[in-house]
Design a protein around this ligand. Structure first.
Ligand code: FDA
Ligand code: NAD
Length: 426
């Protein structure tokens, strides 16, 4: 026995919320759409978990960041789903999928069938065990992927004010959590294997600006090494972090952000995979025409760069979701997804945005001792990427527009001299 729907969204994260809104805008009927989520809360804007949700004063509660506030749209509460006749199946893990039979099996043994499936399963945090270190289960070791994780961090932070936190990883989670921990009056040491923070995106010069700022707030950096083990007391609490370089750091809490893996396992052997995700075409349709994939789990063609990419950012989750629904509801009228990659972060009082691709030669511009600076990436004679810290809305828009146009660049020195004006006048 089980339930049957026309449309099923598997996963209840960012992409699911934006897809649901798009379905209602395009006229889905009551009872046709179902969202299945392992989480026990309605879809929300995941980025808030490492920002407003962790701030000691004026903390943003979950109710303020349900999707789709991130795009200045309605906040989709439980009531909204009910009013629109959308079945929200929360706290439910799908344990297997059969794309030939068009069925999903829940962990409790219910079969849910669909005519069209949207896979929006996102990703899971990589565990230390996958790098040969044990201790993830310790009471004061945290990861940050979902609302439960964020609540754990919040509780631990409150119990160790004035104490020491070790942050493992120098990527997005590491940087954003380190800032939140400092704001919560905790002493922070960051440990990561690379030579500088945000190594996947930042140049050494950009990284050094943020590292200097973090140091001015008391954060210590230990670079070029990784942890080898934890000291754990008889209560199951980590008391110290041992590093491969032989040093030891006392710890009241540990936050780990060492990357993610897309949740593809239900579909391995059934759908074509690429770049660690589910390969889709320009309509976000997988190798099975009844199955679409969106968000972190989707590897889609980025027309601008002529290649397939899997992006791990909220803007692409929102836009792939909306495009997939457009393609499902109006297949012939919907064109190929044409996306300009966009990432951003907000830390302390700083805020940056990045558009495009960080490949090729780099041209830095602006005042790296002030509050507004940036960089352009030029590959094969064309602008392909741009970064700006501390810009205005108009400046960010100009950066996006210029990057999408991919203008030919003949003189890098002239581009450096023009700096931000270059983007504003393209
Ligand atoms: P998402 O992870 O949001 O949702 C996946 C859903 O699927 C979850 O609800 C999960 O429980 C469910 N699921 C998975 N397997 C399931 C199964 N078998 N059965 C049932 N349910 C299942 N990006 C950015 O551009 N700027 C930012 O500032 C931030 N900040 C940020 C902070 C933090 C703390 C995180 C963790 C991430 C960010 N991101 C970000 C990244 C951004 O949040 C991310 O790209 C989107 O959430 C991706 O949306 P999806 O819907 O694809 O996955
Ligand atoms: P990440 O890929 O940004 O960074 C992973 C970091 O792990 C690397 O920078 C490296 O320093 C570190 N690392 C790798 N192996 C290690 C090891 N063995 N020991 C110690 N450190 C090691 O991933 P993340 O920071 O975990 O973020 C998870 C996901 O959340 C990403 O998809 C990211 O895009 C998303 N996110 C995005 C934002 C944003 O866009 N502002 C904010 C938070 C999270």
């Amino acid at each position: 026995m089980g339930r049957a729907f026309v449309y099923v969204i598997l996963g209840g994260g960012v992409a699911a919320g934006y897809a649901a809104l798009e379905f209602t805008k395009r006229g889905v009927s009551q009872g046709e759409l179902c969202i299945i989520s392992e989480e026990s809360v309605a879809p929300y804007e995941r980025p808030a978990l490492s920002k407003g949700f962790l701030l000691p004063e004026a903390r943003s509660p979950l109710s303020s960041f349900h999707t789709c506030v991130g795009d200045n749209e309605e906040r989709l509460t439980l009531k909204w789903y009910k009013e629109h006749g959308i079945e929200l199946v929360l706290g439910t893990r799908i344990k297997s999928a059969d794309v030939r039979r068009k069925t999903l099996l829940t962990a409790a043994g219910e079969t849910i069938s669909y005519k069209i499936l949207i896979i929006a399963t996102g990703a899971r945090a990589l565990k230390l065990e996958e790098f040969g270190v044990s201790g993830s289960d310790a009471e004061n070791v945290c990861y940050l992927r979902d609302y439960n994780d964020a609540n754990r961090i919040l509780n631990l932070m409150q119990s160790c004010a004035g104490g020491n936190a070790v942050v493992i990883g120098g990527g997005y989670i590491g940087m954003e959590c380190a800032a939140s921990l400092v704001i919560n009056k905790i002493n922070v040491t960051m440990v990561f294997p690379e030579a500088h923070c945000m190594a996947r995106l930042f140049t050494p010069k950009i990284a050094s600006y943020y590292e200097d700022y973090y140091k001015s707030k008391g954060v210590q950096f230990i670079k070029g090494t990784v942890l080898s083990s934890f000291d754990i007391d008889s209560n199951g609490k980590v008391t110290a972090v041992n590093l491969r370089d032989g040093s030891q750091l006392p710890a009241d809490m540990v936050v780990v952000g060492i990357g993610i893996r897309p949740n593809t396992s239900l579909f391995e052997g059934q759908l074509t995979l690429d770049k660690g995700g589910i390969k889709v075409n320009g309509k976000l349709q997988s190798s099975n025409s009844s199955v679409y994939a969106v968000g972190d789990v989707a590897a889609f063609p980025v027309k601008l760069f002529g290649e397939t990419r899997r992006l791990e950012h909220v803007d692409s989750a929102r836009k792939t979701a909306r495009h997939a629904v457009a393609a499902i509801m109006e297949h012939e009228k919907t064109g190929e997804f044409d996306y300009l990659p966009f990432f951003y972060s907000r830390i302390f009082t700083m805020s940056w945005q990045f558009y495009g691709d960080n490949s090729g030669e780099v041209v830095h511009f602006g005042d790296f001792s002030g509050s507004t600076f940036g960089a352009y990436w030029v590959s094969k004679g064309h602008l392909v990427g741009s970064f700006l810290e501390g810009g205005t809305k108009e400046e960010y828009n100009a950066l996006a527009k210029a990057t999408r146009l991919k203008p030919a660049i003949e003189d890098l020195a002239e581009m450096e001299r023009q700096g931000l004006s270059f983007a504003l006048t393209v």
